[in-house]
Ligand binder design. Structure first.
Ligand SMILES: Nc1ncnc2c1ncn2[C@@H]1O[C@H](COP(=O)(O)OP(=O)(O)O)[C@@H](O)[C@H]1O
Ligand SMILES: [Mg+2]
Length: 315
């Protein structure tokens, strides 16, 4: 593995690290998610990379070929799967459905695999927003909960400018919520909203990544705007990323030594923190795979009252 010009290529985060990445649209969440997932996968571990941004394209950042990208059907749009797992017709309200659908096999069933990275695309929830209690939303939240709480793999959640898919129970399993910020007030405002939302679900393990930093002034602006957040790393404004986006190449395929080094330093910083993780602070991980569903959606939706534990095999 390329260790980068600065020689900081030590990237042995423990296998099960669970990272969530949030921030305003366009700040570089998918770029960072792809870089961290790629670096962890290069060191030989299985990484579950989850595109949880309805407006996201993590596949492109990972360098998944365009024809494969086009063939991906987001899980929320897999109607037969949603109906089979929840027992409910999608986009119909007032019906009974399972709040703890079987999801343990969905990573294997639905992932697109590339270079040791298992990409799962969650997709958008159309009716009622992602906090609704519609079948699609319940399935996605149960899946995210399962990945975070019950899988041994490293997990990188590429989220939107919010943390809708995380409930209180799932948040307990997230080792770090990384808020990405670029030098600009709008991204700082988004970051503050994310911090508030995280507080509401008891997620306190937050860190900041400053992206698209082109000068010392840029870096100072971000440090001073969000002094309460630990700065995990600074990623320079990098021309090769624009070129990669244009040419359909993945982030790590395009990254030059300086950019690579900044990503490796972020991973190394995470490594230090996660390996010294205090289990008593995190507490034991909940045992039930229905944790996300049982904690309920972020906002109240139509009645969905059944909590049947029926478990079926794959359709
Ligand atoms: N450090 C950087 N330097 C230059 N361009 C960047 C940098 N980080 C991200 N970009 C570019 O910004 C755009 C948005 O990045 P992306 O990761 O898709 O953002 P998000 O997932 O937050 O919406 C992409 O074209 C990407 O190549
Ligand atoms: Mg994105």
């Amino acid at each position: 593995m390329d260790t980068g010009a600065c020689g900081c290529g030590r990237t042995s985060v423990e296998p099960g690290v669970k990272l969530a990445i949030s921030g305003k649209g366009g700040v570089g969440k998918s770029t960072l998610a792809a870089a961290l997932a790629g670096l962890m996968a290069r060191s030989g571990r299985r990484v579950l990379a989850v595109d949880a941004d309805p407006d996201g394209n993590l596949a492109a950042a990972l360098g998944v070929p365009a024809d494969v990208q086009r063939s991906i059907v987001p899980i929320s749009e897999q109607k037969a799967l949603v109906e089979q797992r929840t027992g409910a017709k999608v986009k119909q309200y007032g019906q009974m459905f399972r709040l703890n659908p079987e999801v343990g096999d969905l990573a294997e069933r639905c992932a697109v695999v590339r270079d040791g990275i298992w990409l799962l695309v969650l997709g958008a929830i159309e009716a009622g927003g992602s906090g609704c209690a519609c079948p699609e939303s319940v399935l996605l939240r149960a899946l995210v909960s399962d990945l975070v709480l019950h899988k041994d793999d490293a997990v990188v959640l590429d989220m939107e400018a919010g943390i809708e898919h995380l409930g209180r129970a799932t948040a307990r399993g997230v080792d770090r919520l990384i808020v990405v910020v670029e030098p600009g007030r709008r991204s700082v405002d988004s970051a503050r909203r994310v911090v508030r939302m995280a507080g509401q679900i008891g997620l306190t393990r937050l860190a900041l990544v400053a992206n698209k930093v082109g000068s010392a002034d840029d870096e100072r602006f971000i440090r001073e705007a969000l002094p309460e957040l630990e700065l995990l790393g600074v990623v320079p404004l990098a021309g090769e990323l624009a070129a990669a986006d244009r040419d359909g190449r993945g982030v790590l395929d395009a990254a030059g030594p300086q950019l690579l080094c900044s990503f490796q330093q972020i991973l190394a910083a995470l490594e230090g923190e996660v390996s010294s993780r205090d289990e008593s602070r995190l507490g034991p991980r909940p045992a039930s795979s229905g944790a996300a569903a049982l904690e309920g959606p972020a906002s109240s939706g139509p009645a969905a009252t059944e909590s049947a534990t029926t478990k079926r095999g794959p359709p």
